[in-house]
Structure formats: C-alpha cells, structure tokens
Design a protein around this ligand. Sequence first.
Ligand code: PLP
Length: 373
Amino acid sequence: MSLSENSSTKMKSKLLMGPGPSNVSRRVYDALATPIIGHLDPEFLDMMDETTQMLRDVFQTKNKLTIPVSGTGSSGMEAGFVNILEPGDKVVIGVNGVFGERMSDVASRYGGEVIRIEEEWGRIIEPSRVIDVLKQNPDTKLVAIVHAETSTGAKQPLQEIGDYVKGTDTLLLVDAVTSLAGCELKIDDWNIDICYSGTQKCLSVPPGLSPVTFSDKAVDVIEARGSKVESWYLDLSMIRKYWGSERVYHHTAPISMIYALREGLKIILEEGLEERHKRHQMVGDYFVEEISKLGFSLFAQEGHRLPMLVSVVLPDGIDDDQVRSKLLQEHGIEIGVGLGKTRGKIWRIGLMGESCTKENVDIFIGALKEIIS
Ligand code: PLP
C-alpha cells in the first residue's frame, strides 16, 4: 500500500481493514472534488437518475423507489421503520448482535410493538424460528433482520423468510449495510420489501449516504398510512417527489456524496457484481487460511460466515489493545475491536470493496506476525 499524504490536513492514508469505512479509490476521491452545481440543475438531475438506476442494478431490483437517503446507514434503518410503522404495529425482529439490537430500539421508539427473536451472538437465526413466530402472529406488519451482522460476522439466510412473507401482508425489511456489493443479495428474487445499506462498506465510498429500496408492496403500505410519518427529514412520501419526476425540493441534496456514490457504483458495475462477490469470497477464504495458521479461531457459526467481515477469537497471550494500537501506529493498519460482550475477545477484520485484496491480507498478516512474534 502506498501511504499518500494530503497537504492541507497532513492526514496519511491508512489500510482500512476494520468494519468500515473501507478504503476509497482515487476515482471516487476525484469525483468528490467535482465542482458543486445546484441540486435542481438539469445536469445534476440526470446524475440522480443515473445513480438510482445503478443502485437498482446493485440491489438487483426493479423497485421504482430506490434512492440514497442523506445520512449514514442508520438513517436508512430509521427510514425503513419510520415510514412503515404506526403506533401499536407489530414488528418481529431478529436480534443476534449489535445491529439487530439497534433495529429493536429504533422500532420501539417509533411505537412498534416489538417481538424479539433472540439468538446467541455469532449464530444465525434459523429461518424456521422466524416463520413459526410469523405464523403465531399473522397480524405482523414488519419482520426485520440483519443480513450481515457486522458485530459478529454471521451471514443470515433470507430467502426462506422472503418466500414465506410473500404470500402474506407482512413486509420483510433487511439490513444490508455490510453485505451490499460484497456477497449475493437479490432483493426481487428473495422477496425483500425494504432494504438499506451504507456507502462506507463494500461500496467503498465515504460514509454519508444510505441506499434504500422499497417494493411496491411497501410503497402501498406507506400510501395507506392513517398518520403522518413521525420524522419530517426521513418522510419518503416527500423525498420521493424530489427523486421522482416531480423534482420537488425537500432538503438540499448532499451533491458531492452523490458524485462519489455514482462513481463508486460505476466501478462496481464495471467489475461486475458476480465477479465482485467472487473476489470477496476468495480473499475472505485466503484470509481465514492465513489467520488460522497464527492460532486464531473463527467466531461466527460455521457455514454462515461473512467473507467481507471475518470475526476471529484472540488466542491466549495476545493483548488486544496493545496489538491493535501497534498495527495502527506502526503499520497504518486499522482493524475492528469486538463490540459489547465480545470486547477483548474477538477482532473483526474487514475485507470490503477496495480494501479487499490478497495483497492487503499479506500486508496485515506480515505486520501481525512482526508484532506478536
Ligand atoms: N447496520 C449494520 C449491519 C452496520 O454494520 C452498521 C454500521 O456499521 C449500521 C447498521 C449503521 O450504519 P452507520 O454506522 O453508517 O450509521
């Protein structure tokens, strides 16, 4: 990795191998430096259309309502819940890590009557458990689950849940903040009604936008609401009038971030989605092979491990804070600490987008060997 220096901030670039942000390509940095134009300038409106079409391609959906929400991944999460839920609505949520927990918190703040399906961290939630709960609660408005649980490294199977929900009035909401563009995710084929992601993971764009997509079934539910959406800023019934043909001003679009997202999406589609998924899987497998040789074991459930976020259990004798600090200070490499109950017990190694190369794995393993030997 070449460490370049920005002359005004003196900030050196680092190798980002944590849970996000991931490294950003020169092309995306250049896009960020494009001159600002107005958010209603016809040239910008064309760019918006181009961006939403590419987002549909990456989400593998035909959903008309597919846009980047202004804000980080959590804004997409809030947009998903606040636009659908009205006080007293029943929501079933899978909780097997930090982000399932966050969904449960968000849903309850918007008045949802939350039914939690809990599972041990690192394990998936068996789809049959979710389906059983939905059968017992046929009046559930929304079932929500995290595809890539970044706090544990577990990859949740979704298709069976989507197939079940398709024949019901329940909507399926999926958190794909870490998985989008890093592993298979088929919004239409898997019958996912609402999905949100974040720009700073496998899209390799700086943090600041949350791509979201809503099926027609979900849009019908929004249109049938009896009460106003509780958040003005995230109210999609207004925001979609800016992204759609009406072009009605809602809030000033984060112009530079949309330039950056557009470039990031172009890069993804040039590589090809399938190729990109293969690269993540290949590099992820290589990383697992190499880290296992150093005595680290894997934390997430076998057969359900994410390629772009590998959670490893620290062997005895490794000082978590000291080793991570040396990696960052002496080698310019960032990795992720364990969250909550896994603090001090696991590391989370991100292999996302631009950061996901065999060469970066070798750099990391070399640095780690030097520190712990
Ligand atoms: N969901 C998942 C699975 C995440 O990994 C993250 C962030 O790491 C979020 C939601 C929240 O995204 P943000 O931190 O961009 O708001």
